[in-house]
Design a protein around this ligand. Structure first.
Ligand code: SF4
Length: 281
């Protein structure tokens, strides 16, 4: 049984994903976590937030999942790394949350975005929630690092109107240094989405001295343009809004001295994507 004080009484809504949330499921038995991951009956969520204008087209309701297998040096939400930091939310409660906003989302030409953390760490819950949103006629988007894309069947991909695909870095060694995992599975997922003609918005976090290499961006832009399904590229300038979470969680943060990229660097990177024929913002 899920402890009532957290699972049933805590608000699902946060003012923003930058709100620190941790250990919300520390009393959930391991067997229930395992079963939930297999069935998707329960999801582990950091929160829901409303009113986002940057996580897909229109105004978005966003569910932020807990659990991520990457360890990005620049991660803004390290409290979402551990699945047990999330609130255990029965699927029907999450669907009720969608239901609450479905009318407004449609009026605002918006939709629902599942983000994280990495939503595909909970692929069964993710699939069922996205399918439920689609069933209500809500536009659906999945924000993912793509590493676990093979967990989704071709039929399940059809419930996702848009994939916000985060490609962290082109160069394999730099990628591994940056996130702790290989870039290959992410690129394979991008190719599969292209084959299935599923639209992608590519997201690229720009960090001085980590992801600003001209050659890397040239190759990434050529790859993305060659896919044929990348509708736009969002170049996301690094910022320090998540730093306090690293401090509070007692995790060593390597980017204390890193500054946001200067405007001319952001422009250069956007121009590189545009030169490959992509829309970049
Ligand atoms: S993939 Fe996202 S949530 Fe996971 S470590 Fe990287 S930035 Fe953080």
């Amino acid at each position: 049984m899920i402890e009532r004080t957290t699972a049933e009484t805590m608000s699902l809504e946060a003012s923003s994903p930058f709100e620190l949330r941790s250990e919300l499921s520390k009393n959930v038995p391991e067997s229930l976590v395992k079963q939930s991951l297999e069935t998707g009956d329960i999801g582990f969520l950091h929160s829901f937030t409303t009113g986002s204008a940057v996580d897909g087209p229109g105004i978005r309701l966003v569910a932020w999942t807990a659990g991520c297998q990457f360890r990005c040096l620049y991660c803004h939400n390290p409290d979402t790394w551990n699945i047990m930091n999330g609130l255990a939310v029965p699927l029907d409660r999450a669907v009720a949350e969608l239901n609450k906003y479905q009318h407004g989302l449609k009026i605002m030409d918006g939709g629902f975005t599942l983000s994280g953390g990495e939503p595909l760490m909970q692929d069964r819950f993710a699939t069922r929630l996205l399918k439920a949103a689609r069933g209500m006629g809500i536009h659906t988007a999945l924000d993912t690092n793509g590493f676990l894309g093979e967990r989704l069947s071709d039929a399940e991909l059809e419930h996702i109107d848009l994939v916000l695909l985060d490609i962290k870095c082109w160069d394999p060694e730099r990628h591994k240094h940056l996130v702790g995992k290989d870039v290959g599975p992410t690129l394979d997922f991008a190719r599969r989405l292209a084959e299935r003609q599923r639209p992608i918005w590519l997201r690229y976090v720009l960090v001085p001295d980590l992801t600003d290499d001209e050659d890397d961006i040239y190759h990434l832009a050529a790859f993305a343009a060659g896919l044929g399904n990348v509708e736009r590229v969002d170049v996301l300038p690094f910022h320090q809004m998540g730093r306090y979470k690293w401090e509070k969680l007692g995790i060593n943060y390597a980017l204390n001295a890193t500054q946001p990229p200067p405007p001319d660097m952001v422009k250069r990177v956007c121009d590189q994507f545009r030169s490959a024929g992509l829309k970049a913002y």
